[in-house]
Design a protein around this ligand. Structure first.
Ligand code: NDP
Length: 248
């Protein structure tokens, strides 16, 4: 097992859910955290909590991952003490609606494609060259069981997560011959704000979809990510699927 002490870890989507849980577990282990999301207030609250509990160094980035120019600017203008990113957690993502393709909402499609695919590509494109030149690094992409099984109404979201799976596999191939590792972590249902975002706060509709399943917690997923990034340097965990016991 390798130590995360003083490793610089960039987490996108750290203002909520799985990203937030990752920040906590990495802070506990003495990592230095770059926390990114659009809601800066949320990031500030998290940073205050973590600073009180652990003596952790944190750098905040208010960032919309869909904005390529903003991503480039954010990464290339990191203060020098923060610029050598060791681990990138490409976690920012969302689902919108559960519509049949022929009734789908274009704005929802664009938001999912721009966030889940293009945002992940932009972060990867701007962070990985530094890893290659330093000869160290690990990229963890949040995929989903939705990238393996398409469910009714899930067309576009499932397609974005199938793309994440393909991108993770392709990046692993592109980085062969370097010590840089690539992992896709693909959960089933996790209890976060994800379903509020998907159903615009319509909890009755959300409850129907998630009926009968005890979901994973964000900590369950963060634990798995922690396991993946702390293996010996010669071990690459390519892909992990983790599911609630009672989810098909
Ligand atoms: P949450 O809704 O709790 O968190 C999503 C995070 O993504 C938020 O921090 C949000 O921050 C950030 N985000 C969304 N859009 C953008 C953007 N344009 N730019 C920057 N940050 C953005 O959901 P989860 O924690 O559940 O989701 C995390 C990942 O896990 C996603 O990729 C999701 O697809 C995946 N996943 C989730 C599952 C689930 O059941 N919950 C199952 C399988 C995979 P902000 O709004 O502040 O920008």
């Amino acid at each position: 097992m390798i130590s995360l002490k003083n490793q610089i870890i960039l987490i996108t989507g750290a203002s909520s859910g799985i990203g937030n849980a990752c920040a906590k577990i990495f802070a506990r282990e003495g990592a230095k955290l770059i926390l990114a999301a659009r809601r800066l207030e949320r990031l500030q609250q998290l940073a205050n909590t973590l600073s009180k509990e652990f003596s952790v160094e944190i750098h905040l980035l208010q960032l919309d991952v869909r904005d390529r120019i903003a991503v480039e600017f954010a990464i290339s203008n990191l203060p020098s003490a923060w610029s050598k990113i060791d681990i990138l957690i490409n976690n920012a993502g969302l689902s919108r609606g559960l519509d049949k393709l022929h009734e789908g909402d274009f704005q929802n499609w664009e938001e999912m494609i721009d966030t889940n695919i293009k945002g992940l590509l932009y972060l990867t494109r701007y962070v990985v060259p530094g890893m290659v030149s330093r000869g160290r690094g690990h990229i963890v992409n949040l995929g989903s069981i939705a990238g393996h099984q398409t469910y009714p109404g899930g067309n576009v979201y499932c397609a974005t997560k199938a793309a994440v799976k393909a991108i993770s596999e392709g990046l692993k191939q592109d980085l062969l011959g370097t010590p840089i590792r690539v992992t896709s972590v693909d959960p089933g249902m996790v209890e976060t704000e994800f379903s509020d975002v998907r159903f615009h706060g319509d909890s009755e509709r959300a409850d129907k979809v998630y009926q009968g399943v005890t979901p994973l917690t964000p900590d369950d997923v963060a634990d798995v990510i922690f396991f993946c990034v702390t293996r010996s340097p010669h071990v690459n965990i390519n892909e992990v699927i983790l599911m609630p016991v009672d989810q098909a």
